[in-house]
Design a protein around this ligand. Structure first.
Ligand code: FAD
Ligand code: NAG
Ligand code: NAG
Ligand code: NAG
Ligand code: NAG
Length: 535
């Protein structure tokens, strides 16, 4: 019997395999048929925005906004269909047909998800790519704007700057990031110590649920409106557009970058920064980034710590402020540059010689972007002892990837004043700064990739005693599938509650309640979406 069973096995396996292919092809076919049953001859016809692997531009559309080539390999699962809706009805039809034929939907706005969750899936799936949903409507008089999810942060900045040089929106530096994902997970940037996160400045939204209903703040209710402002993308439904409050910026801002090597007392300065930066006035953004370099003097390896700041005012106010708060840094007038707010976005994006038009370039690759990368985040509540930095530097020396950066971004300011429960984003008062770990590489060589992934995981575990604990907090927009990873591949509530509490702390429970209310059958889901159950 036993040998018979074994000899039967490969045949059985093949039969099952071809059967599942047949079912797949069939559901694929039925899905397309379902979409085309809504076919109309007018300009709103959905057939103009459906791409299958047989359409010649399928690969171009798929790859157009992939930012992490780790998820663009030949063996990366690809969508059966990509839909790039022009009208809300196209989205409603796609949701209807995906539900009917049990295909998963992945929603993509800017495609910057660190783990590729907007364009890959382990099960048969369809991408709704919001690239055509990017209208921006600015109302200068009422200091508000509607922005559709498929717009980039750059398009939003540009749209506002065209109408006013002293109004803007508090968002991130990298201008190719999509509004849809960025707003869904919180969204920090140069102005967050002054005005809070992007989600702290959202006043209405247009949302589409599993039944294709279009809801706004009033009709969705305050629980769902709370959840979509920071609970992470892809869990509740599709946000089509957001109404945001615009904020004031002065006509002149000041920026500086001061870099110090270990020989120039970088360790002492970094240690001091932890006490100084979180208490700087709200008008200041302050960060440090670390990398390994060869000293320009003796070519010996060292660590370069770059202190970067934006100040909402002129250099004549900034110098005395830094003299008083951080004299050890020795900031001089010649280290500083005065510019407009919009120019400062290019400055921090390391865009040299660029004009404002670059903000409209959706495919712009920054000089510091790597084709493949892995990032992680941490929050720090107590200053790291000066002696511990030696260990951090030696970890940095340990890796030879093309791009390795550790950054500290100072919290405090307005972030301390907003309660933890105001939005799902819980990392507020009590945090001195956030750490970003980033390793990037060009090689497609799998062994090298594994080496870099091990390096960053090892670094992360080394840092555990210096960062937040119980839970060790993490930023949901720095999506990290290492957290609470389940080796069986299925999401159990136990797993979900591990990453859930790291990303959202106690807000996780309220997010689960909202999920049960709006999507009890768990139609909108991915590897780290909010589960519709408690155990
Ligand atoms: C180079 C770079 C720089 C970054 N800089 C910053 C920064 O300064 N500050 C910061 O806070 N973050 C930053 N991030 C992280 C960024 O905020 C997140 O990766 C964000 O989720 C990206 O949004 P997206 O629309 O581009 O991504 P996508 O990959 O399109 O979406 C991300 C997630 O949201 C879901 N989603 C997308 N659109 C919608 C929608 N309309 N409705 C519902 N769900 C949706 C997706 O399904 C996916 O799960 C950066 C990322 C990169 C790669
Ligand atoms: C993709 O191909 C199908 C079948 O030939 C066609 O109906 C559809 O219009 C094509 N899509 C686009 C966007 O051209
Ligand atoms: C570094 O610190 C020491 C001791 O405080 C000081 O003597 C020295 O001048 C500093 N070096 C630099 C380059 O600032
Ligand atoms: C530093 O020097 C070493 C040895 O000369 C070289 O291999 C390495 O690429 C250099 N690193 C940088 C960051 O320039
Ligand atoms: C910027 O312009 C200067 C002078 O025109 C040029 O030398 C430099 O290479 C340019 N830099 C970039 C990144 O294009």
């Amino acid at each position: 019997m036993r040998s018979c069973y074994f000899s039967m096995f490969p045949i059985l396996f093949l039969v099952l395999l071809s059967l599942s292919w047949a079912i797949l092809a069939q559901s694929h076919h039925k899905f397309l048929h379902c979409l085309s049953s809504f076919h109309s001859e007018d300009s709103s016809s959905i057939s103009k925005v459906i791409y299958t692997p047989y359409n010649s531009s399928y690969s171009f559309i798929l790859e157009s906004s992939i930012r992490n080539l780790r998820f663009s390999e030949p063996d990366t699962p690809k969508p059966l269909v990509i839909v790039t809706p022009l009208h809300t009805s196209h989205i409603q039809i796609t949701i209807y047909c995906s539900r009917k034929h049990e295909l998963q939907i992945r929603i993509r706005s800017g495609g910057h998800d660190y783990e590729g969750l907007s364009y890959t899936s382990e099960v048969s799936f369809v991408i709704i790519d919001l690239v055509n949903f990017r209208a921006i409507d600015v109302d200068v008089e009422n200091k508000a704007a509607w922005v559709q999810s498929g717009a980039t942060l750059g398009e939003l900045y540009y749209g506002i700057a065209e109408r006013s040089r002293t109004l803007t929106f508090p968002a991130g530096v990298c201008h190719t990031v999509g509004v849809g994902g960025y707003f869904s997970g919180g969204g920090y940037g140069l102005l967050f110590r002054k005005y809070g996160l992007a989600v702290d400045n959202i006043i209405d939204a247009q949302f589409i649920d599993t039944n294709g209903r279009i809801l706004n703040r009033k009709s969705m209710g305050e629980d769902l409106f709370w959840a979509i402002r920071g609970g992470g993308g892809g869990s509740f439904g599709i946000v089509l557009a957001w109404k945001v409050k615009l904020v004031h910026v002065p006509t002149t801002v000041t920026v500086f970058t001061v870099s110090k090597t270990l020989e120039q007392n970088a360790t002492k300065l970094v240690h001091l920064w932890q006490y100084v930066a979180p208490k700087l006035p709200h008008d200041t953004f302050s960060a440090i980034s670390f990398r390994k370099v060869n000293s320009s003097q003796d070519r010996q390896r060292t660590i370069l710590a770059s202190f970067q700041s934006l100040y909402l005012g002129g250099v004549d106010e900034l110098i005395p402020l830094m003299q008083e708060r951080f004299p050890e840094l020795g900031l001089r007038k010649e280290d500083c540059t005065e510019m407009s707010w919009i120019e400062s976005i290019l400055y921090f994006g390391q865009i040299q010689n660029g004009t404002m038009d670059i903000l409209l370039d959706r495919s712009y690759k920054t000089t510091f972007a790597s084709p493949s990368f892995k990032r992680k985040s941490d929050y720090v509540k107590e200053p790291i002892p000066e002696t511990a930095f030696t260990g951090i530097w030696s970890k940095l020396y340990d890796v030879d990837a093309k791009f390795v950066r550790i950054s500290f971004v100072a919290y405090g300011g307005k972030m301390d004043e907003i309660p933890e429960t105001a939005t799902p984003f819980p990392h507020r008062a009590g945090n001195l700064y956030k750490i970003i770990y980033n390793v990037g590489w060009e090689e497609e060589d799998n062994i090298k990739s594994q080496k870099y992934l091990s390096w960053i995981r090892n670094f992360y575990s080394y840092m555990s005693s210096f960062v937040s604990k119980h839970p060790r907090e993490a930023y949901v927009n720095y999506r990290d599938l290492d957290i609470g990873r389940n080796n069986k591949g299925k999401t159990s509530f136990v797993q979900a509650s591990i990453w859930g509490h790291k990303y959202f702390k106690k807000n996780f429970d309220r997010l689960v309640h909202v999920k049960i209310m709006i999507d009890p059958t768990n139609f909108f889901k991915h590897e780290q979406s909010i589960p519709p159950f408690f155990s």
